[in-house]
Design a binder for this molecule. Structure first.
Ligand code: HEC
Length: 311
């Protein structure tokens, strides 16, 4: 007799526990119990605990029942049956109302005169759930018509554009906080000591073979003078490091080896070497670079295209 409500109780408490775990422990949109196996065990533990309580209570009840006198037992059983009946009677009433069940004694009462080659028709009421849904759809249609066709409410295209505009702003906000998402179009000169130190260590482990430890140049050009083959703008330098120099010259694309933030760091480090004038540096190559706002057109940009274009 007790089994159905017991299971219901277990399920409800399990769901509540899951919800609380999710609210308090989840760090992302994922389910907390999937994200972290510990929570899965905690949750399973809670479920086992409730089952244990339910089982103990049930057996305790059974024990007590056996201690009752015969008369009391009968009374108890009758009470239980009554309760069981009460439990779902309200549901039954709502259901009857929704489907519009009428008590009829015989079909004759609602039989219509129509007769289609022996097929007769009963005059049943329309189920109220259907009828109200129908009324609701009429009201909806009127509201819709007035809003979108009389007062020219926003079209789907308008809504789409609005959401895209919002998302574009959100992306821009996000990229401000996510340093690693820089690309050639958004990179700025990094000046913090930590970034420059990181750039230095990348330079010394990856670039010195061709540009020399002090940036004076070897196979690659001198990076400490004001002459640049491309130019001395951080955005251009980022582009050269990530996409490579002119084909066949020896400066390969580093974007698969070095992450965007690191490219920005090493690029900024290179610029910090400007004017250091190391001994026997390579002769200047390229042109004297002055304007800080020109971006070399020589290297086509392909990286920027993978990010959302802001229009
Ligand atoms: C295999 C040798 C080699 C390595 C390693 C190398 N470079 Fe270069 N680098 C070159 C050459 C050669 C050029 C000239 C490219 C050209 O003429 O198109 C160059 C050009 C450059 C330029 C453009 C200079 C200008 O005048 O416009 C920058 C910036 C640069 N390298 C940075 C780096 C960084 C940072 C690293 C390390 C991640 C690196 N390079 C590793 C050979 C190298």
């Amino acid at each position: 007799m007790r089994t159905l409500p017991s299971i219901l109780r277990i399920v409800i408490i399990a769901l509540i526990a899951l919800f609380i775990l999710q609210k308090t422990a989840a760090t992302s949109n994922q389910w907390a119990i999937i994200e972290n196996p510990t929570f899965l065990f905690v949750w399973l533990g809670i479920i086992l605990f409730i089952i244990a309580i339910e089982v103990s209570v049930a057996s305790l009840q059974r024990l007590l029942f056996h201690t009752l006198s015969e008369e009391a037992k009968q009374k108890y059983i009758a009470k239980q049956a009554e309760r069981e009946e009460m439990r779902f009677s309200w549901l039954q009433t709502i259901y009857n109302k929704l489907v519009g069940k009428r008590k009829i004694r015989s079909e004759q009462e609602i039989l219509l005169d129509h007769d289609y080659d022996g097929i007769k028709e009963l005059d049943n009421n329309l189920p109220p759930w259907w009828l109200y849904a129908f009324y609701a759809s009429i009201i909806f249609a009127v509201v819709y018509l007035v809003r979108f066709h009389v007062f020219d409410g926003p079209t789907q295209a308008d809504e789409y554009n609005k959401e895209v505009a919002e998302a574009t702003i959100a992306i821009a906000e996000y990229r401000k906080t996510a340093k690693n998402l820089v690309d050639a179009s958004s990179v700025t000169l990094l000046t913090e000591a930590a970034d420059l130190a990181a750039g230095k260590s990348i330079f010394e482990s990856t670039c010195v073979a061709c540009h020399r430890i002090d940036g004076g140049g070897g196979i690659g050009p001198n990076l400490t003078d004001t002459y640049w083959i491309f130019d001395g703008e951080i955005k251009t330098i980022f582009k050269v490091i990530s996409e490579g120099g002119r084909p066949g010259k020896g400066m390969i694309s580093w974007k698969n080896e070095i992450r965007p933030l690191e490219i920005a760091q090493v690029g900024s480090y290179i610029l910090s070497l400007q004017g250091t004038n190391p001994p026997d540096a390579k002769a200047p190559e390229g042109e004297l670079w002055k304007s800080p706002n020109t971006i070399s057109e020589e290297i086509p940009s392909t990286i920027g295209d993978t990010l959302v274009k802001i229009e």
